[in-house]
Design a protein around this ligand. Structure first.
Ligand SMILES: [Zn+2]
Length: 136
């Protein structure tokens, strides 16, 4: 059974790291990684998407992108468009949910949405696959 979704695994830009393909131990291309990613907030290396170009995220001035006066910035919007098209998920909408209803409400909704009907595990947002039971 899966553990409850937790705020520690919520990325600043609106992806729940526990549903990310890197967290399950694979690359975007589907190859096995040497190590699974432990989540954007826990990793020492920088966020692949935003931190490199965002001083506020890099210096931890904001916990979530919606706290920024430029939200949603051009960079986030560009990622958002790609995510919506490829994975059917909007990071901006996720962040707005957290902003208006709080992180716990979002985590609960996301957990229900990503729950594998076969084994109760977590379905990956990038591949739509459950790595617990390998159901596509
Ligand atoms: Zn499953």
């Amino acid at each position: 059974m899966s553990k409850n979704f937790t705020a520690e695994l919520m990325s600043p830009c609106g992806i729940y790291c526990g549903t990310c393909i890197a967290f399950f131990g694979y690359t975007m291309a589907g190859k096995k990684r040497k190590m699974s990613c432990i989540g954007c907030r826990s990793r020492i290396s920088k966020c692949a998407f935003l931190k490199k170009g965002c001083s506020k995220l890099a210096s931890k001035q904001v916990e979530y992108c919606f706290e920024c006066e430029s939200f949603p910035c051009e960079r986030l919007k560009a990622i958002d468009v790609g995510y919506l098209r490829k994975y059917g998920m909007s990071l901006v909408e996720n962040l707005k949910h957290i902003q208006s209803k709080g992180i716990n409400s979002f985590l609960k909704t996301e957990q229900e949405k990503r729950k594998c009907p076969t084994c109760g595990g977590v379905i990956c947002v990038h591949t739509n696959k459950c790595y617990g039971c390998n159901e596509p």
